[in-house]
Design a binder for this molecule. Structure first.
Ligand SMILES: Nc1ncnc2c1ncn2[C@@H]1O[C@H](COP(=O)(O)OP(=O)(O)OP(=O)(O)O)[C@@H](O)[C@H]1O
Ligand SMILES: [Mg+2]
Length: 397
């Protein structure tokens, strides 16, 4: 098999430790290489049954499932793998090995898989300490080949359980490898430029996001929010926000408003998906959206028309950034636990800084697609610059 990979990962391919921890900055190739190693072992060792998990099954479908399919295709192995779309699983015909994907949000599925010989936990910081232990327990008993649990993630807070468990108190022999975009020769030049620009926009952000260092970020835009299990049943208003994208993620966010509370739920978050495919997906999986007012990125009037012609109630969103952020901040914010990408973005959504380190009234324009969709969704609550003042004058009359 012809696997192209950065030399920085050489040791990872040969390491046989129970825990292999790949961490670091965004775009360093962690997910790609984890998928490569799982595929390599699937093809060359037998018997194997790999379990790949992420907190939320939906996000797994959008990320790892798509990545494994792409790799199988690139390696010219499509005819040798049977892919089950519904179950999100793969079987390698020549030896019967399996790769099964499951969200931690589907514990019954995980429990039902017997004889797991290897695990990959993607975006491991999304899991709780307890989730991690439950998954880890699934890989036990004698196996012919070494058992390995691969963990991939971007470090967030140094207070996260993962720091304690897999670093400070890591079991002996745990393999650690920190990588950044600078180690990834496959990254496109544009991505590299975006990362370099971050150095100027907010150096602390660059250290955490691009260099993958543990840290805490100042100038977070939404520092206060609460995570909830589900959207409320009773509410006053509800809207959908859409941020169109292809190279960037295509994001659909659902909000409900009740008094001073804004409840937010992630419906869709995926790159490289055509508009028509997203429309089909929504019609099939979330037909109720037809009855909800949608606000979408006004820069794409063509796509708005396509949604309209499919019977959706869609309008242009108010795109004023600062005013939109203020509108969000005027509510108490609640985000559902299954909104993995929203939670990832919000943790790092920060103001730019000038060269002296002073906060600017402008967010860092990266990793903000769900943040944009969330603002768009509450368009009726966004006041144009100056309008708040004129409202007060009117009230005074
Ligand atoms: N071996 C490879 N061959 C070809 N392209 C690669 C390879 N490794 C990485 N890439 C490219 O680099 C991009 C970033 O890699 P990947 O998504 O694995 O990074 P990551 O470290 O998981 O990022 P994040 O921290 O954001 O999850 C991929 O989308 C892919 O285009
Ligand atoms: Mg990744």
């Amino acid at each position: 098999m012809n696997l192209k990979t950065s030399s920085v990962y050489k040791e990872f391919f040969t390491c046989q430790s129970r825990y292999a921890v790949l961490y670091g900055g965004a775009g360093s190739g962690k997910s790609y290489v984890a998928a490569q190693k799982i595929l390599l072992r699937t093809i060359s060792e037998t018997p194997h049954k790999f379990l790949v998990v992420r907190k939320v099954a939906r996000t797994l479908r959008e990320s790892v499932f798509a990545l494994l399919k792409e790799l199988i295709h690139k390696l010219g192995l499509s005819d040798e793998f049977k892919i089950n779309e519904t179950k999100m699983s793969f079987e390698y015909f020549p030896n019967g090995n399996q790769i099964i994907l499951s969200g931690v949000d589907d514990p019954e599925k995980i429990k039902s898989i017997a004889g797991i010989t290897g695990i990959w936990i993607e975006e491991a910081t999304e899991l709780t300490d307890k989730d991690f232990d439950q998954v880890d327990l699934r890989m036990r008993g004698p196996t012919k080949h070494y058992k390995q649990l691969i963990v991939t993630f971007n470090p967030v807070s140094a207070h996260h359980w993962i720091k304690r468990k897999l670093f400070d108190k890591a079991p002996d022999g745990t393999f650690h490898l920190k990588t950044t975009y600078l180690d990834n020769p496959f990254i496109d030049p544009e991505y590299r430029q975006v990362m370099e620009r971050l150095k100027k926009d907010n150096y602390d952000y660059y250290k955490i996001y691009a260099l993958g260092e543990w840290g805490s970020l100042e100038g977070i835009i939404y520092p206060d929010y609460e995570t909830i299990d589900a959207m409320p049943q009773y509410f006053e208003k509800e809207y959908i926000g859409i941020d169109f994208g292809y190279n960037h993620p295509f994001v659909i966010v659902h909000v409900r408003i009740d008094a001073q509370n804004l409840y937010v739920d992630e419906i869709f978050y995926q790159t490289e998906t055509e508009n028509a495919k997203v429309v089909e997906h929504i019609k099939e999986r979330h037909p109720w959206i037809k009855g909800v007012q949608i606000f979408a990125d006004s820069a794409r009037a063509d796509l708005i028309s396509e949604w309209k012609s499919e019977g959706f109630n869609i309008k242009k969103a108010n795109k004023s950034v600062f005013e939109g952020i203020n509108a969000v901040k005027s509510f108490r914010l609640h985000i559902t636990k299954q909104s993995s990408n929203i939670l990832k973005e919000i943790g790092l959504y920060a103001w730019k800084k000038d060269k002296d380190g002073n906060k600017l009234d402008e967010p860092i324009k990266l990793n903000d697609d769900a943040m944009d969709a969330m603002r768009y969704a509450i368009t009726p609550y966004i006041e144009r610059r100056g309008s708040a003042k004129s409202l007060k004058i009117n009230q005074g009359l």
